[in-house]
Structure formats: structure tokens, C-alpha cells
Design a protein around this ligand. Structure first.
Ligand code: GDP
Length: 478
């Protein structure tokens, strides 16, 4: 993300970048960099330099290209309500159950895999852009491609547009599924025309968006859709290193009788094994069992594989990153440290600073005091960042003793980075993230320092919240 936003380089986690770029990114995140093969520099002029970025075990270090192997694409279905997202997910799943291995009742676990032409596709089972944005806001970018479902009889609607925006913002390619082609009023060509306005340009019009016309209800052309997904996956050249400790994303969590907290985890890299010591959010544990959606026991789960996992001491949240650590003790230490920080943040940190601000308003000299709420703004586009900065700067309340306003410490474009958090930390500012996420290092830094990151998708919500906050500082509710 840093690469894309700050340096204009398009790369996903699993792609290789050149050494220079790597060093700059690492340094931007305050990391040290050790170059491999320093001693024999000059020998291989055009030889690739091995780069090892010394991270702190979050699995974000650059992978050696030779260790990367192809993995299944992870697909999220989005689109307007009632356009057939759920029907399509069900139809695809059922058609694969019919042809694939029979037996066992399939459970809804939050993600499932189908096999088509000997290749596997992973579907995230919670359709819609809300879940997608929520996961992303927590740092989990699991989706490789978005299937945008548009009903052929209704065309582009509000949530269609939202979905397009979400996918574009996340730099995830869109594949169009024109659904309900069985209906009398179906007009697929109208759909493709309408989509042009939103910069979704199909192949046949010179764009790069693949599409399929389907009917989820009548099971028409589902194979065609799967083929297009596999084609898009091939273009994306998705790879991961299966031979390392696992890093994954929590897709769903629930309590289950006899097993305690149970989560569905989508492995992103490495291989998860029974017996691994794990941490996600403030929960930790040791993998007691791994099962697939049919309840079949698994010994291991590799990249792009969703697995139901038990063995937790607490309940991690959807979107939390799962990592594997060396020992149960280490897992517990990490989780406990995070819990402590959460307690501090929700307890003394917020209340304490609020009280301190209130106290400082009322000076003893009878002169009107001025108090400021400081914010750092990060937004998806420059226009939004500026609009928010202008709007929040105008917030101001006062009475005969004091006045309270909002101070914008900085405003910029792109995901929240560690630098933003550090900046906010120094001035006890709140970070307002508008249609952007916080990267992993930023989240970690925020946890450590207690800096609050607020995620918003509506400017009015930001204003409402800030207005309430300054009002509360001026005249606290008893
Ligand atoms: P979602 O809100 O996007 O998940 O939409 P649903 O999958 O719940 O579908 C909404 C309605 O459209 C349901 O009544 C479905 O039976 C119907 N539907 C879904 N796909 C098709 C289709 O291909 N053809 C027709 N005629 N109806 C469909």
C-alpha cells in the first residue's frame, strides 16, 4: 500500500520489488535494512540483490522469489442488494458439491473453496462491500479479485457504485457478473454501458475488465464465470511461500459447544499446522484442530486455504491478523501485552485525556481559555482531505468562560502509516481515516501508543462526532 500510494509502484504483498525500492519503503517505516551479498558487490552486475528487511515477525518481509508458489485466487462477491450475491455464492458452491467429493454437510464457515478444471478458487462467503471494508480497516487485505454482481434487469444501483469504489480504492481488480439474464426485462448491454461511467471498462470495449453473463437461479453459465475468474487469476500471477510459518486473516469467529472459541482463518502465506502456537488480536492459543467446511479434519492449511480452527483462549475479531509464534509462552505474552494496552486505551487513556483537557480550559485567572482538539486527517483523495480539513477547522464552540476548536495537525492522502501515528502521538491527536485503512505497522504503533484511529466513510459523521466532542469539552455532561 505504501508503495502504491507514496511511490506509485503497483505491487502486492507477494510480489517482488527491487532492492532500492525495498530499502526506501523499509526506512519509511523506520526499519533497518541489511543487504545480502554486500561482500561480493560488483560481481553480478545485473544479478538480483537479495534483500532482507528486518521486521518484527509480522510476516511482511520480502519473500525470496524462488520460494513463491502459485496459490488459489481469493474472491469476494459484491453488488447491490437483491442483485443475487447470495444466490450466486450458493449456486457456485452447490454445483461444486454436486461434482466434487460428496458426503458431509457443508457448513457456512465464512469462506469456501471450489475446484474447476483442476484448479481451486476460494470464495469469501460474506458478500458485500461492508464486510470487505471492515476487514480492510482492520488491516486484512485478503481479496484478490472482486466479482461485481449486477442484475441485468435493474442495472447499476447505489451499492453497485459503492462496491466499485471499494474495489478501486483497494486496488483489487473487478470482474463483472451480469446476473438474472433469465429474466424477461434483462438487458446485459445496458449494464455494460452504464458501467463505463464508473470507469469499469469491459475487454470488448478496450478495457481490462472480464465479464460473464449468468443466472444464479437457473444455474446458467456458472462454469463460464469460474473460467473468467481463473483467467483473471492467471493474469494476476498470485503466489505465496507455503514453506514458512503461517500468516493469515481471521474471517469469522464464534463460540462452539465443547470447542470454545472457533475461528475461520484464511491462510495468506505459509502453512498452518495442528499444534502451532498462534496469536490474533488479543487472543492466543495453540491449534487444537483444523477442519474444512465439510467438517473434515486437516493436518495443515496452506496459502489461500480457509480452515476452521479451535484452540483459542479468547475470541479474535474478523479482520485480525493471525501469526504463528515460537512458543505458547510467547503467544501468551504478546496477547497479554495487547490486552493491557486495550484496557489502558479504553480506560484511563481516553477518559484521562478528556478530563485533562477539560481542566485546562478553566484557568484560574478568569480569562477566557482556548482549548483545541487536534486531528490528523488521511483520506483516499486530495479533494476529500481538503474538504474535511476545511470543515473540521470551522468547528468552534464557546461560552463566556471558554472556547473550544479543532486544530488540523496535518492532512494527506493514503492509508494511515506509522509516521502518521507517531505524529498524532506527540500531540495527542486523533487520526481521522476517511475511506482509507491503516497499515499493519500503523496499527501496531497505535496499539503501543494508544493513539486513536477513527475510520469514517461519511464526512458528516466526522463532523457530528467532532462537534459532540468539542461540546463535551466545553460543557461536560455530568
Ligand atoms: P443479494 O441480496 O444480492 O444477496 O441477493 P439474493 O441472492 O438474496 O437474491 C435476491 C433475489 O433475486 C432472490 O429472490 C433470488 O431468488 C433472486 N435471484 C437471484 N439470482 C437470480 C437469477 O439469476 N434470476 C432470477 N430470475 N432471480 C434471481
Amino acid at each position: 500500500k505504501y508503495l502504491m500510494v507514496n511511490m506509485g509502484v503497483m505491487a502486492t504483498i507477494t510480489q517482488s520489488i527491487d532492492a532500492e525500492t525495498g530499502v526506501r519503503v523499509a526506512e519509511a517505516f523506520g526499519r533497518q535494512v541489511r543487504r545480502g551479498r554486500e561482500e561480493d558487490e560488483g560481481e553480478g552486475e545485473d544479478g538480483e540483490e537479495e534483500l532482507s528487511v528486518l521486521t518484527e515477525g509480522y510476516g511482511w518481509e520480502e519473500e525470496d522469489a524462488a520460494s513463491l508458489l502459485p496459490r488459489a485466487p481469493v474472491v469476494t462477491i459484491m453488488g447491490h442488494v437483491d442483485h443475487g450475491k447470495t444466490s450466486l455464492l450458493d449456486a457456485v458452491r452447490e454445483s461444486s458439491v454436486a461434482t466434487g467429493e460428496a458426503g458431509g454437510i457443508t457448513q457456512h464457515i465464512g469462506a469456501y473453496q471450489v475446484t474447476h478444471a483442476d484448479r481451486t478458487i476460494t470464495f469469501i462467503d460474506t458478500p458485500g462491500h461492508a464486510a470487505f471494508s471492515e476487514m480492510r480497516a482492520r488491516g486484512a487485505n485478503v481479496t484478490d479479485l472482486v466479482v461485481l454482481v449486477v442484475a441485468a434487469d435493474e442495472g447499476v444501483k447505489e451499492q453497485t457504485i459503492d462496491s466499485i469504489r471499494c474495489a478501486k480504492q483497494a486496488h483489487v481488480p473487478i470482474l463483472l457478473a451480469v446476473n438474472k439474464v433469465d429474466k424477461p426485462g434483462a438487458d446485459p448491454s445496458r449494464v455494460t454501458q452504464e458501467l463505463m461511467k464508473y470507469d469499469v471498462l469491459l475487454e470488448e470495449y478496450g478495457g481490462d475488465v472480464l465479464s460473464a453473463e449468468v443466472s444464479a437461479k437457473k444455474r446458467l453459465n456458472l462454469d463460464g464465470l469460474l473460467e473468467k475468474i481463473l483467467l483473471q487469476a492467471e493474469i494476476l500471477d498470485l503466489k505465496a511461500n507455503p514453506n514458512r510459518s503461517a500468516v493469515g486473516a481471521v474471517v469469522e469467529s464464534r463460540m462452539e459447544k465443547g470447542l470454545g472459541p472457533v475461528t475461520t482463518v484464511l491462510v495468506q502465506k505459509g502453512t498452518l499446522r495442528v499444534g502451532d502456537c498462534i496469536v490474533a488480536g488479543a487472543a492466543y492459543g495453540k491449534v487444537r484442530s483444523l477442519t474444512d467446511e465439510r467438517g473434515k479434519r486437516l493436518e495443515t492449511a496452506g496459502p489461500s486455504v480457509p480452515a476452521v480452527l479451535s484452540g483459542w483462549d479468547g475470541v479474535p475479531a474478523a479482520g485480525d491478523t493471525l501469526i504463528v509464534v515460537e512458543s505458547e509462552m510467547q503467544a501468551r505474552n504478546v496477547a497479554e501485552a495487547r490486552r493491557r494496552l486495550e484496557r489502558e486505551r479504553s480506560g484511563s487513556a481516553t477518559m484521562g485525556s478528556m478530563q485533562a483537557q477539560v481542566l485546562s480550559i478553566f484557568g484560574t485567572d478568569g480569562v477566557k481559555q482556548r482549548q483545541e482538539v487536534t486531528v490528523v486527517i488521511k483520506a483516499d483523495v486530495q479533494g476529500s482531505a481538503e474538504a474535511i480539513a476545511t470543515a473540521v477547522s470551522a468547528i468552534h464552540v464557546e461560552d463566556d468562560r471558554a472556547e473550544v476548536g479543532v486544530k488540523v495537525l496535518s492532512s494527506g492522502v493514503g492509508d494511515v502509516t506509522q509516521n502518521d501515528v507517531a505524529l498524532a502521538g506527540v500531540s495527542q491527536a486523533t487520526i481521522l481515516a476517511f475511506n482509507v485503512a491503516a497499515d499493519m505497522n500503523a496499527q501496531e504503533e497505535a496499539r503501543k501508543t494508544g493513539v486513536e484511529i477513527e475510520y469514517h466513510t461519511v464526512i458528516y459523521d466526522i463532523l457530528d462526532k467532532l462537534e459532540a466532542k468539542v461540546q463535551e469539552i466545553l460543557s461536560p455532561t455530568p
